[in-house]
Design a protein around this ligand. Structure first.
Ligand code: 3PG
Ligand code: MG
Length: 389
């Protein structure tokens, strides 16, 4: 893999960089405060300071054919990002679509250090199909390609994979930092390692549990996790464990298809898996962990030297059900000796709601990835990273 940070700025001067970022920021989340946005801004500044022009590429949401073009354009367009990006960079951003005439000339003839933003790549069917011709068309707009979209690296799309066949391709600084931090917790973490898992989606989290259950392997193998000491489980994740043990969950959210071959039932008996002791319930739904569990989780977090956290442990959007998630944030802030990796859009949102300062702490790395972080830590190969090799 080649890194943008290794390039000399004289090689970038007046070149056009196609910069793949992930502006798929959750609806309702502040764009300016999103780690995905902040890291993209820093990379654009770096490229501009080296004299390069930048064409920003991203997808947003999952637009479906069934919605009319007009509805799609308003809900999923990247246009709203133009003003926010322009404010952050203190310069105009030129919005472009692939149907614009003489696009390459327009970009080529623009002022030095100009920044363009292309409309949502998922408006074009070739993107998700990893279509070669589509990738070639985008590649024609620039001189080199930088993948800074770690959060999208688990998707094999034209702007992540096929495009690398047509241009010199580099890993951007965001990607570089992610790989450095995530690979170090996989292979080289201090013990005890405590993994906190919540949120709704369970399948990728089970992959992570499996990977961190393995016994230690040689450190030279990048994707072999050394073992975790505790898994603290909350939210709908924990409901799956209750269901697997034949316990009632009322109308709580869980994934009926999650317990393939009794894997979760087996896990529930394992000493490393710490399930909630009590809950906050409303209208027959489990909506947060209870007071005893908050204490228990905080006591374990206190002992950790490495912490991985993905997924809030309750319905944090409602203040009275944010207590569990906020207790975790507080316990992490108190533990100044642990290396901490936090990821997932909802987890970041919960932090922004409660304790913004955590994002600035030196021992804490906030991953821009949700699904991508989980897949990486599950030991899977990510197509976006493989394409850069
Ligand atoms: C994310 O937000 O996790 C990524 O951008 C992936 O988006 P997708 O799940 O719609 O492919
Ligand atoms: Mg997401």
């Amino acid at each position: 893999m080649k890194f943008l940070s290794d390039l000399k700025s004289k090689n970038l001067f007046n070149k056009i960089c196609l910069l793949r970022v992930d502006f798929n920021i959750e609806e309702g989340e502040s764009i300016e405060k999103s780690p995905r946005f902040i890291s993209a801004v820093n990379t654009i500044k770096f490229l501009n300071n080296s004299g390069a022009k930048v064409v920003v590429l991203s997808h947003r949401g999952r637009p479906k054919k069934a919605i009319s073009d007009k509805q799609q354009a308003t809900r999923y367009s990247l246009k709203p990002f133009v003003n926010v990006l322009s404010r952050a960079l203190k310069k105009p951003i030129y919005f472009i679509t692939l149907s614009d005439k003489n696009l390459r000339e327009k970009i080529g003839n623009s002022k030095p250090k100009s920044v363009f933003m292309l409309e949502n790549l998922r408006f074009y069917p070739g993107e998700d199909k990893n279509d070669k011709n589509f990738a070639k068309k985008i590649a024609g707009l620039g001189d080199f390609y930088v993948n800074d979209a770690f959060a999208f690296s688990h998707r094999k799309t034209a702007s992540m994979a096929a495009i690398t066949n047509f241009l010199p391709s580099y890993a951007g600084p965001t990607l570089e930092k992610e790989i450095k931090n995530l690979s170090s917790v996989l292979t080289n973490h201090k013990k005890p390692l405590v993994i906190i898992l919540g949120g709704v989606k369970i399948s990728t989290k089970l992959g992570l549990i499996k990977n961190f259950f393995k016994k230690a392997k040689p450190r030279s193998e990048l994707h072999s996790a050394t073992g975790a000491d505790y898994f603290l489980i909350g939210s709908a994740m924990a409901d799956n464990f209750l269901v697997a043990q034949g316990l009632p969950v009322g109308d709580s959210v869980y994934d009926p298809s999650a317990d393939k071959r009794g894997f979760i039932r087996g896990l529930a008996r394992n000493k490393k898996i710490i399930l909630p002791l009590d809950y906050a319930v409303e209208n027959r739904k489990i909506l947060d962990i209870g007071e005893k569990t908050r204490k228990e989780f905080a006591n374990i977090i206190k002992t950790a030297r490495t912490i991985i956290w993905n997924g809030p442990v309750g319905q944090f959007e409602i203040l009275k059900f944010a207590k569990g998630t906020n207790a975790i944030i507080e316990a992490i802030l108190k533990n100044k000796d642990a290396k901490v990796i936090i990821g997932g859009g909802e987890t970041v949102q919960a932090i922004l709601n409660f304790q913004f300062s955590i994002l600035k702490r030196k021992n804490i790395f906030v991953s821009t990835g949700g699904g991508a972080m989980l897949e990486y830590l599950s030991g899977k190969k990510l197509p976006g990273l493989e394409a850069l090799k």
